[in-house]
Design a protein around this ligand. Structure first.
Ligand code: GLU
Length: 471
């Protein structure tokens, strides 16, 4: 790895590259790019042994062009202001690309969660929420956090509970955070959403024959050789859905090491091995790689970096062999690494499109919270009955009778999970087509990331109509 790389500077560099290909006034582009508000908090918590410890944390709201602002909260030892600003900016563009009506935000608490007990984590999360509330940095119409690296449904339930206890408006209080457990107002399918979205995005990309031909690849996910870096919520689910669709996982990496097997690794068996031995290494039939980063350089068709930012830099980019780089993580490539890979003809599926499945389903959860009704509740029986009538009509026309099991299979109305997954699939497919279209139509034929930025900028500009500017 090279020395410290400012993540915010990377996002800005990518933005500027796209902005130069638009006709908008500089001042407006500057306003879109700028991170509007950053709140830094330091607060004390009591450790289980009675010690007092100061906790450092941030919340950045990049853009309020649509409200609420939206984005996860990460718990990591090296969280810093530059990082949350960069991640908040990515959220703004991400939401615009997938037509989710939010501005971008991100939060972070500078802790290594492995060093804290459950009750300490609860005290930290609740105090953080309290601090946000005091400064008007949280609320269903203000700023809505979600899970990110190092956080999950449990932390979200502490946030929801703290907020709703203190909030003046209790009616919509559950909409103050997404990624909650189902009984606390969560939506089915949110946990898998980012990984599932990565899968839908990759599938859409590799199904386009023309693009695959240019890369020298066949169409379809089946048989594609895939390497995944990071087996957290995003990487694990992306790997799972890709493997289920017939992809071959030839390499997997975690922070303790990486393994490879050109004949494929069984994901569930690797996960079981890791739970048992506390390491991914020494998995039966696989080769241990010298270090985790080595997985990025394996011979494969699709590389899915799904861990943290700045993993591929100008130093290791020339050794990356994958033809498709599918950014599951936020910012896994530096701007320079992106240039090197574009030059070499690789296709980069940019983070702000590819991992937008999480915030897309967060949007569905927020809508559910504000509408106070589960998706599918109104139409499930109605649709079942309509399908049943259709089947009966075709039975009487053909004179053939289906078994009760067949009837049940064909007439089942949609559950909440079916609807969420269908909304996610539609979003990932149509957004990919949109950014690809922008790329093909633009005289400069920019790379997909630049096309995604142009698409986002076009959409955000419409929110500044009060300045008299129309795209
Ligand atoms: N942390 C996720 C992201 O980076 C999800 C954010 C959300 O659901 O608001 O996109």
């Amino acid at each position: 790895m090279t020395g410290h790389v400012s993540f915010y500077a990377q996002v800005t560099a990518n933005f500027d590259k796209a902005a130069a290909l638009t006709q908008y006034p500089k001042g407006l582009l500057d306003q879109i790019k700028e991170c509007n508000s950053v709140y830094r908090m330091a607060f004390p918590i009591e450790r289980d042994n009675g010690d007092i410890e100061v906790i450092y944390s941030w919340r950045a709201e990049h853009s309020q062009h649509k409200l609420p602002t939206k984005g996860g909260i990460r718990f990591a030892p090296d969280v810093n202001e530059d990082e949350v600003m960069a991640l908040a900016a990515l959220m703004t563009y991400k939401c615009a690309i997938v037509d989710v009506p939010f501005g971008g935000a991100k939060g972070g608490i500078k802790i290594d969660r492995r060093n804290y007990s459950q009750s300490e984590l609860e005290r930290i999360t609740r105090r953080y929420t309290y601090e946000l509330l005091r400064k008007n940095f949280i609320g269903p119409g203000i700023d809505v956090p979600a899970p990110d690296y190092g956080t999950g449904p449990k932390e979200m339930s502490w946030i929801a509970d703290t907020y709703s206890t203190l909030a003046a408006d209790k009616l919509d209080a559950m909409g103050c955070v997404t990624g909650k457990p189902i009984p606390q107002g969560g939506v089915r399918g949110r946990t898998e959403a980012t990984g599932r979205g990565v899968y839908f995005g990759v599938r859409e990309c590799v199904n386009l024959g023309e693009d695959m031909k240019a890369l020298g690849l066949s169409t379809g996910v089946s048989g594609k050789r895939v390497v995944v870096q990071g087996l957290g919520n995003v990487g694990y689910h992306a790997a799972k859905f890709l493997q289920e669709a017939g992809a071959v996982l030839v390499g997997l990496a975690e922070y303790e090491g990486a393994i490879a097997n050109p004949d494929g690794l069984d994901l569930e068996q690797v996960m079981a091995h890791r739970r048992e031995t506390k390491s991914i290494l020494n998995f039966k039939g696989a080769t241990n790689l010298p270090n985790p980063q080595a997985a990025l350089e394996l011979d494969c068709d699709i590389l899915v970096p799904a861990a943290l930012e700045n993993q591929i830099t100008k130093e290791n980019a020339p050794r990356v062999l994958a033809k498709v780089i599918a950014e599951g993580a936020n910012g896994p490539l530096t701007a320079e690494a992106g240039e090197i890979l574009n030059q070499r003809g690789a296709l980069i599926l940019p983070d702000m499109y590819l991992n937008a499945g999480g915030v897309t389903v967060s949007y569905f959860e927020w809508v559910k919270n504000l509408s106070h009704v589960r998706f599918g509740r109104m139409e499930k029986r109605f649709e079942e009955r309509a399908y049943r009538k259709l089947l009966q009509a075709s039975e009487s026309l053909t004179g053939k009778k289906l078994t009760e099991a067949e009837v049940a299979e064909y007439t089942g109305g949609p559950s909440e999970e079916d609807l969420v997954n269908s909304g996610l699939e539609e979003t990932m497919i149509s957004s990919y087509r949109q950014i690809r279209e922008v790329r093909l139509k633009h005289p400069a034929k920019p790379d997909l990331r630049t096309a995604a930025f142009i698409s986002a900028i076009d959409k955000i500009v419409t929110s500044y109509n009060d300045l008299g500017i129309f795209p």
